[in-house]
Design a protein around this ligand. Sequence first.
Ligand code: PLP
Length: 325
Amino acid sequence: MAIIAAPQDLTESDVFVDLEPLLGRQLYLKCEGLNFGGSIKLRAAASMISAAERAGTLGPDSVLIESSSGNLGVALSIIAANKGLRFTCVTDRRCNEITAATMRALGTDLVVIDEPDPEGGYLAARLDWVRSRCAADERYVWLNQYTNEANWGAHYGGTAPMILKHLPDLEVLFVGVGTAGTAMGCARYFKDIGSPARIVGIDSIGSVSFGNPPGPRLIPGLGAGVRPALLDLSYFDDLVEVAELDSVRTCRSLASRGMLFGGSTGTVVSGAMRWLERNDPGRVLRSACISPDMGDRYLSTLYDDAWVLEHFGPRALEPLPAFSR
Ligand SMILES: Cc1ncc(COP(=O)(O)O)c(C=O)c1O
């Protein structure tokens, strides 16, 4: 049992789903969506705010500001509310309604950008808004998840040691790459302690992070239109890019077995299954994936048949053979 004094204190989930009964492989799914923020971003938010507090950047008049399309915004909203800090979250019209409503319910001032930047899209327009606000008013404190070392530090000090505590003989870790905080924190920790486990980075096709051309992407969380500043590919043993069609099918296949996970979990599990099929024909490797969030924020997208048909066609509704009974 955990007794906590603040919502952000509950970041340690030691829940791992053993996928071997489903997939016939030693693949464990570390669930990071079982906290007050509903995602792994509660770790990054808590770590970045603690670092700002230690550095003395946050005073009684400070107003936190961050650009986020979802999970980090919710996580920061929770901590800001708990600490009595003001928080402005700059998002855009793609932010789903439940996420926006959650942030407002927590007292966050939500700015929704309607017009994308002609070259850099919504992200560039959001960042411009943040920069101009910071330039105009020194009370604003921008944590900037894309460059903040405390983002990866959260996983170096939390996620990675927790994985190895429960799976000390781990041989492969599959991690999704968004800002790259999770992946870089885990990769650096594994390297520093001399773990022999291989690190495989997973991303969506259409993201530029692994050096491929940009393309349309609909599932939030992973991927970037601009290479993440925190990402250092030399830390990875291998990289896999997954088509969003496969992410959707994997999510829906997991749901057919009673587990409703978020979109990036489908991407990471799909990438892991593909990598293991190629590299572990004997099915002997002990491996793990990180699941960043659960599926409730995706009910009107990934789990809505009409939405899936419109964007991915009828194949996306078919469960994967690996999950069939
Ligand atoms: C659902 C989801 N998956 C994956 C990620 C990627 O994590 P990171 O930014 O640490 O690379 C995020 C980050 O926002 C996320 O919200």
